[in-house]
Structure formats: C-alpha cells, structure tokens
Design a protein around this ligand. Structure first.
Ligand SMILES: Nc1ncnc2c1ncn2[C@@H]1O[C@H](COP(=O)(O)OP(=O)(O)OP(=O)(O)O)[C@@H](O)[C@H]1O
Ligand SMILES: [Mg+2]
Length: 255
C-alpha cells in the first residue's frame, strides 16, 4: 500500500543536510512496521514525507497507487484527513477540549453527522478504556490515558495508515505496554497499517517487521517470529551493529 522509491531529502540552509539518501522500501496493507535508527538518521523526516508535511527532494512516494505529490492542495488536505492518522510522543491533545472533544475532532473538522460521531466515539472509548474520563481535560489525565486518547483520535475516521513517532517515548513501562498492546490489537483486528518510529527495542518487538536506517539510508530489516523474546534479541543484535545510541539494552529481559 505504501512504496518509498529512492527518496532523497536534502535540507538547504546554512549547512546542507542530506537527511535521507535514496531510501527505498515497501509496506504491505495490514503490516505493523517499526522504523529504528540513531538520532538524526532521518526517521521523522521520513514520516513528514509520507504524511505530505514536506516533499522529497527527489524520488517518489506512492500511496495506494497514488502519488500524493501530484494532488492539488484540496485533494491533499482530504487525503491526509481521510487516509492518515497520527500519534505523537507528546500526545498533541488540545488542552481546552475535553477527551471526548479531542477524540471526535477529526470528524468535527470533516462536518460528519453527530450520530456517526457518537457511535464511533462509544465504540473506541470502550475499546480503549476511556469511558470514565471522556469529560476530563488533558491536564487531568495520566500519560497513558492521554496516549490512548490520541490513539482514539487517530482511529476515529478509520484511516488506512497510522503514523506514530515515538508513541511510547513519554510513557512508563506499564503504560507503554498497554499502548503497544492496543496498537497491535487494532492492527490485527482492523488490518490498519501502522508505521511506528521508535528507539525502544521492546516497542519494536511488537511489530511484524523492523526497518533500520542509518545516515538516511536503508541499513537492514528483520521480520518477527512467533516469540517476541527472540525477535527482541534479534532487534538488539542489529542495533548493536548499527552503533549510535544503543547503550545497555542487552541485559533487558522482556516482562
Ligand atoms: N527542518 C529541518 N531543516 C534542516 N535540517 C533538518 C530539518 N529537520 C531535520 N533536519 C536534519 O535532518 C537530519 C534527520 O533529522 P530527523 O529529525 O529526521 O532525525 P530522526 O531520525 O527523527 O532523529 P531523532 O531520533 O533524534 O528524532 C538531522 O541531521 C537533522 O538535523
Ligand atoms: Mg525524530
């Protein structure tokens, strides 16, 4: 459903930075893919290109057979609103709105009928365990609840692709596990394709495949197997080849 074809992104400025260099890979519909790589390797840049926040310097991105580059601005806005869902490290909830209002915001912007909003809201609130906090505001809920709210918001319009940038970066290990299990469940039940940037090998071990990039280039990829523990070990092995911020993960055991 997603093809990244020899994508290069160069940021011009005082110093010119080649953030991505001839990067190519494909993502199948229904896959849950992690993208890992050292700080500065181009991961956020890649998500920004896929979500059309920014355009490649060269190369192409094909999404469900379309090249979003060729859409006009109105088509592009529609495409982004309908096809994509976003989950960020810092949740990005609007502080003035309640949890409920934050979740239905994409539908409100799309002027969808109230009944549809209520149905979808009820279903997601139940699934994500948000029923008792719908009237609260973001500063009155925990980090895990905030991220589950953001996931509900990303899902409310049934996007075909969810892009997540370090979704567990601000969560403790219990809340992380909850969020990852939910993402994995949504991926399996709804066949929603998910692409998740993460530094955390435990988070990556929930995915079907991990793509590693280094200095803006494809470095390696590995596929998961039946056991998350062995996949986790294999992820650590590639990270140690990759260098950078790998540190002391090797002694971690999965909970
Ligand atoms: N808007 C920008 N203008 C200029 N250079 C940029 C811009 N955004 C990113 N870069 C540079 O491009 C490279 C890739 O940055 P990017 O944010 O994609 O890295 P990353 O892999 O997401 O890193 P991290 O793990 O720290 O979030 C870096 O060298 C960065 O300094
Ligand atoms: Mg980043």
């Amino acid at each position: 459903m997603l093809q990244i074809q020899e994508v290069t992104k160069v940021y011009e400025g005082k110093v010119t930075t080649r953030a991505l260099n001839q990067l190519s890979f494909e993502v199948e519909k229904g896959e849950f893919v992690a993208v890992m790589g050292p700080s500065g390797s181009g991961k956020t840049t890649l998500l920004n290109l896929i979500s059309m926040i920014d355009v490649p310097t060269s190369g192409d991105i094909v999404f469900n057979g379309k090249r979003p580059r060729q859409l006009n601005s109105k088509e592009l806005a529609y495409f982004r609103r309908r096809q994509l869902g976003f989950i960020f490290q810092d949740f990005n909830l609007l502080p003035m709105l309640t949890v409920e209002e934050n979740i239905i915001l994409p539908l409100t912007l799309d002027e969808q009928p109230v009944e549809l909003m209520e149905d979808r809201l009820a279903a997601l609130a139940e699934k994500l365990g948000l029923e008792n906090i719908l009237q609260k505001r973001p500063n009155e809920i925990s980090g895990g609840q905030a991220q589950r709210t953001a996931i509900a918001r990303a899902l409310i319009h049934s996007p075909s692709l969810i892009l997540a940038d370090e979704p567990t970066g601000n969560l403790d290990s219990n809340a992380s596990r909850e969020v990852l299990e939910l993402m994995s469940q949504i991926n399996q039940e709804k066949q929603t394709t998910i692409m998740m940037v993460t530094h955390d090998p435990i988070a990556a071990s929930y995915c079907d495949r991990v793509i590693f990039i280094k200095d803006g280039e494809f470095f390696n990829e590995i596929y998961g197997d039946e056991r998350r523990q062995t996949f986790f070990q294999r992820i650590l092995n590639v990270l140690s080849l990759l260098g950078g911020q790998v540190g002391d993960f090797s002694t971690i055991r999965l909970p």
